[in-house]
Write a protein that binds this ligand. Structure first.
Ligand SMILES: Cc1cc2nc3c(=O)[nH]c(=O)nc-3n(C[C@H](O)[C@H](O)[C@H](O)COP(=O)(O)OP(=O)(O)OC[C@H]3O[C@@H](n4cnc5c(N)ncnc54)[C@H](O)[C@@H]3O)c2cc1C
Length: 469
C-alpha cells in the first residue's frame, strides 16, 4: 500500500495558511469536543471564536437580498428582512411580508413537542416527509432556512436524510447555544471556530492522550488489521513499514468498508459483508478556499437561501447548474481566527455539495462558484491571490478509499440512524468501528458526531466506565 497522501495537512502558500476543510464547529466547547477536552484536562488548550450573528441572504436570479437573520446583540435577537425589498418580487409569487423576520423565534417552533426520545419516531422519515406528515406550517422563510441547515449540517438532501437525526441535532444545538449564551466568557452562539486553526483540536487531544501515557504516531499507514489465527479475535495491526503492533483491541475510523478489506473479508459472514457494502455515504464535497490580498468582509459567516429551492433542488441533483446556489455557506475563517492570514489579507472557505453525476468539470464548477460569490463580494476576484479546490476525488485520496467520496462515510439516512445505526462493535472480538455516523446512541453534526462516536465506543470497551464530565 502506498503511504497516505498528506492532503489533509494545512497548505501554506506565500504568507497565507489554508486551513483544513472544516468550516465551523456547531457546538464548539459546548458539545462532545468540549467533553473530550475536559476528559483529557485540555480545556485550556483550545479557545473558540463564537458567532454572534448568522446573516442569511435570499437569492433570486440577478438579485441578492439581505442580510436578515440572527443577531443576538440586537433587538429581538434579529436582523430584520430589509423593509424596502418587496418579498413577492423576489420570490416571484405571493407570500406573507414578514416571512423572513424574526427567524430565531419562528425556527424554535419546529421543535415544539420534540424530545430526544420521541425524535426517534421520525427516524424513518426524510425531513421533507416529516414536515409534510406533521403538516408543519412554520412558513416559507423557516422552511427554506431549515432545508439549508439540513443540507449544510447533515450533508444530505432533505428529501433523503433522516428527520429524527436532524431533530436531535437541533435539540443539541439549542442546548449548546443556551449554555454558550450564558457562559461568562462567551455570551455568544455556540457555533464557532478555534483560534489558531482547526488543527489545535487534534493537537490538544493528542497532548491529552500523551499526558495519560499514550503514544501517537502520525503519517504512518496501517496496512492490515490482524486476526488471531483460527479465532474471530483481534491480534493487532501491521504497518506499511512491516512493523506489527500487537493489541487485543483495534478501533478503526478509516471507514467500515475499508476496515473490512483491511481485516480480510474471509473473517466475516456474507450477511455482514453485504450489510457493510450497502452503507451509503453523504453527498460529495466541494470546498473552495480563497486567499485574498485584501479584506473584502468583516462578517465571519454568511449563508444563502434561494427563492427557487423547490425547482432548483431537482435541477442540481440532476447535475445541472442553477442560476443561484441552493445552500451556499461562506465562513471568512481569518475573521474568526486572524492568525490564518496576515493583516490586511483574508481567507474565505466556501462549502457546497455536489451530486454524483455532474455535467461539468471541476474547473467549470469552480468558475460557477466564483461567479456566485460575486453576488456577496462584488469585484473580489481582482484580489484573489490563489485558491485551492477540494473535490470528491481529493476526499477519496484522503480516505485512501476505493469506495465512497461523500462528506460523511456513513450518511445519516433513515436506515442508518437510531436503532438501525451501524454498531461500533463488530463480529470480531476486539474490533470496533468509529467515525461520523457510526454507533448506537450517536448523532450529531460532522466533527461533533465523530467525537461522540469515539466516546460512546470507549464506553462500550470500558463497560460504561467513563466518567461524564
Ligand atoms: C469538505 C469537508 C468539509 C467539512 N466541513 C465540516 C465542518 O465545517 N464542520 C464539521 O463539524 N465537520 C465538517 N466536515 C466533516 C468532518 O470533517 C468529518 O465528519 C470528520 O472528520 C469525520 O471524522 P472521522 O474520524 O470519522 O474520519 P476522518 O476525519 O476522515 O479520519 C480518518 C483518518 O484515517 C486516516 N486513514 C485512512 N486510511 C488509513 C490507514 N490505512 N492508515 C492510517 N490512517 C489512515 C485518514 O487519512 C484520516 O485522517 C467536513 C468534511 C469535509 C470532507
Amino acid at each position: 500500500m502506498e503511504p497516505l497522501e498528506d492532503v489533509a495537512r494545512p497548505i501554506r502558500k506565500k504568507d497565507l495558511q489554508l486551513t483544513m476543510e472544516t468550516h465551523i464547529f456547531v457546538r464548539s466547547e459546548f458539545g462532545p469536543i468540549g467533553q473530550i477536552l475536559a476528559h483529557l484536562n485540555q480545556q485550556e488548550a483550545v479557545t473558540f471564536y463564537h458567532l454572534t450573528r448568522i446573516p442569511f441572504y435570499l437569492m433570486a436570479p440577478n438579485q441578492v437580498v439581505g442580510p436578515f437573520g440572527i443577531d443576538i446583540n440586537s433587538k429581538r435577537s434579529s436582523i430584520p428582512y430589509p423593509s424596502d425589498v418587496d418579498l413577492n418580487d423576489v420570490m416571484g409569487t405571493e407570500v406573507g411580508p414578514d416571512e423572513f423576520d424574526n427567524v430565531l423565534t419562528k425556527m424554535a417552533t419546529v421543535l415544539n413537542g420534540v424530545t430526544y426520545k420521541n425524535s426517534h419516531e421520525a427516524d424513518s422519515l426524510s425531513f421533507i416527509e416529516w414536515c409534510q406528515a406533521k403538516n408543519l406550517k412554520f412558513g416559507l422563510g423557516v422552511r427554506l432556512i431549515m432545508y439549508l441547515l439540513f443540507c449544510a449540517g447533515l450533508c444530505i438532501w432533505p428529501d433523503e436524510g433522516s428527520a429524527g437525526e436532524f431533530l436531535r441535532c437541533l435539540l443539541d444545538t439549542v442546548q449548546s447555544n443556551a449554555k454558550s449564551l450564558f457562559a461568562k466568557n462567551v455570551k455568544a452562539l455556540a457555533l464557532g471556530y478555534p483560534f489558531g486553526s482547526c488543527q489545535v483540536i487534534p493537537d490538544a487531544i493528542g497532548a491529552g492522550i500523551k499526558s495519560f501515557g499514550g503514544e501517537i504516531r502520525t503519517s504512518q499507514t496501517v496496512e492490515r488489521i490482524l486476526v488471531v489465527e483460527g479465532k474471530d479475535m483481534i491480534r493487532g495491526v501491521q504497518m506499511a513499514s512491516g512493523e506489527i503492533i500487537e493489541s487485543s483491541i483495534v478501533v478503526s475510523n478509516i471507514g467500515p468498508k475499508e476496515t473490512l478489506d483491511m481485516v480480510g473479508k474471509e473473517h466475516f459472514t456474507n450477511n455482514y459483508i453485504d450489510y457493510i457494502k450497502k452503507i451509503r455515504p453523504a453527498i460529495n464535497p466541494y470546498s473552495l478556499k480563497i486567499a485574498l490580498d485584501k479584506e473584502v468582509t468583516q462578517e465571519p459567516f454568511i449563508f444563502n437561501v434561494t427563492s427557487r429551492f423547490d425547482e432548483d433542488f431537482e435541477k442540481w441533483k440532476m447535475g445541472q447548474f442553477t442560476d443561484v446556489p441552493l445552500t451556499l455557506f461562506i465562513p471568512a475563517v481569518s475573521v474568526m481566527s486572524p492568525r490564518l492570514a496576515p493583516k490586511g489579507k483574508q481567507l474565505l472557505i466556501l462549502g457546497y455539495a455536489i451530486p454524483d453525476k455532474i455535467n461539468y468539470s471541476l474547473n467549470q464548477v469552480t468558475e460557477q462558484f466564483l461567479s456566485y460569490m460575486e453576488y456577496f463580494y462584488p469585484h473580489f476576484r481582482s484580489h484573489v491571490e490563489f485558491y485551492d479546490v477540494f473535490g470528491p476525488d481529493d476526499l477519496k485520496k484522503l480516505w485512501h478509499s476505493e469506495y465512497d467520496r461523500g462528506i460523511i462515510r456513513v450518511g445519516q439516512y433513515p436506515d442508518q440512524v437510531g436503532e438501525k445505526a451501524l454498531d461500533s462493535k463488530t463480529p470480531i472480538e476486539g474490533l470496533y468501528l468509529v467515525g461520523t455516523g457510526i454507533g448506537k446512541n450517536v448523532w450529531g453534526i460532522g466533527t461533533d458526531n465523530a467525537v461522540q462516536s469515539g466516546m460512546e465506543c470507549a464506553k462500550l470497551i470500558l463497560n460504561g466506565n467513563i466518567e461524564n464530565k
